[in-house]
Write a protein of this length. Structure first.
Length: 177
């Protein structure tokens, strides 16, 4: 398949859960190498993730939008957006919960296409602002988000993986005005 072919972005289906979970695990192993303990990354399970994903998908209330990117018949990326969570309570703003690609498609335009459709969906749902959280040390992701118009707002959350501090930064992008 020609990498120059633009990806097709569509809603995720139940049948996509296994591949989305595979992409999420591959994405974590790629993006967080050197930022999180390697034994933790090595033991991530796409099968276990897919079981949780199918269960969430079955009880979906429509507030979370899962999008996938495909080229031809191959599913190559995934994004999830929904209401911003300030702790547990949801607010009227949106949050990009996740955006992951099969690592072989990084820097091919697939992530940009998923981001554009995610932002379009947030605006269509009436949101004025989108938040996301990114691991502070993930320079590649931070550059990607900054090119998409997001800016760090100075909020940092502690996050720990197997005793290792992996702080996250909050980024925000205005959709209107």
């Amino acid at each position: 398949m020609d990498d120059a072919e633009p990806p097709r972005i569509r809603p995720m289906t139940l049948a996509d859960c296994d591949r989305v979970s595979e992409i999420r695990v591959l994405g974590w192993q790629f993006a967080y190498r050197g930022l999180m303990p390697q034994p933790f990354l090595d033991t991530l399970s796409a099968k276990a993730d897919a079981e949780r994903r199918r269960a969430r998908f079955a009880r979906d209330d429509g507030s979370v939008v899962n999008l996938v990117a495909t080229r031809g018949a191959e599913l190559i990326g995934w994004a999830a957006i929904g209401p911003y969570r300030d702790g547990e309570p949801r607010t009227g703003e949106a949050e990009l919960y996740a955006i992951y690609l099969d690592p072989q498609y990084v820097s091919t335009g697939v992530g940009r296409a998923l981001m554009q459709e995610s932002l379009r969906e947030c605006a269509a749902r009436g949101h004025d602002r989108v938040h996301l959280w990114v691991v502070r040390g993930n320079a590649r992701a931070r550059r990607f988000y900054e090119r998409a118009g997001f800016r760090a707002d100075g909020t940092e959350e502690p996050y720990e993986v197997e005793g290792v501090a992996v702080p996250e930064l909050r980024y925000v992008r205005e959709l209107r005005g």
